[in-house]
Design a protein. Structure first.
Length: 226
């Protein structure tokens, strides 16, 4: 009867229409599918690169699951290394080379913090976001090649002078980015310095000292190679 009728949607939540902004089952499955395709694409790229590095012409499961012998040019030396196709440049440097190259740090492993920054063919890249196989034939420079405690580069000396370090974990990435910047722009403005290392993050908040170190290095370099 009409007098006893009630709104069943108020008693049964499943009958209430979902708001337009809610995540639907179809939308969720579509998103998962896109992510899976992207992951498959990365694996396929690694397989192709592995085939090329190994001198093979066909892709097969052995290449994807096996290992490959490659040579990386690191800090002016050709370094042979055995890796899996999925191995990142950062992992190859830190975990596969003997002796290891540990200047680039593993922090976020998601290409956001800059602690793993290296210079590859004159450009800064995140070591955690480059496949080691893709670095074959490229010139890789890490912070180890810039100077030593007894003979620091202009940038390294400026970091010490300006106290551009706190815990020091991000320091090698900043030094690398600023070195690359000063090679291209020997006399940057403060804004250009900020832009040059905008992909590097310091949780200690030492940015003013880092920026001052970059300007000091530019002033003290005196025309010397950075």
């Amino acid at each position: 009867m009409a007098g006893n009728s009630e709104d069943r949607s108020s008693k049964n939540p499943s009958m209430i229409a979902a708001p337009a902004s809610a995540v639907t089952r179809r939308g969720f499955l579509k998103g998962v599918g896109i992510a899976a395709v992207a992951a498959d694409g990365l694996l396929a790229r690694a397989a192709v690169a592995a085939s090329v590095a190994a001198g093979q012409t066909e892709q097969n499961s052995d290449v994807v699951s096996g290992t490959v012998n490659i040579t990386l040019n690191v800090n002016g030396q050709n370094r042979p290394v055995t890796i899996e196709p999925r191995t990142t440049l950062l992992s190859a440097l830190r975990d596969r080379l003997d002796p290891a190259v540990t200047g680039p740090k593993l922090v976020c492993n998601a290409a956001t913090c800059g602690a793993c920054t290296v210079i590859m063919d004159g450009k800064t890249v995140y070591g955690c976001s480059v496949l080691a196989i893709d670095a074959v034939g490229k010139r890789i420079e890490t912070v180890e090649s810039f100077g030593t405690p007894d003979n620091m580069s202009a940038v390294q000396a400026a970091f010490v002078e300006c106290d551009g370090m706190m815990c020091g974990y991000c320091t090698s990435g900043f030094v690398t980015s600023i070195t690359a910047l000063l090679r291209k722009n020997p006399n940057p403005t403060i804004d250009e310095v900020k832009d040059g290392c905008h992909g590097n993050f310091c949780r200690c908040g030492t940015y003013p000292h880092v920026f001052q170190a970059a300007l000091t290095a530019a002033k003290n370099a005196g025309g010397r190679p950075i």
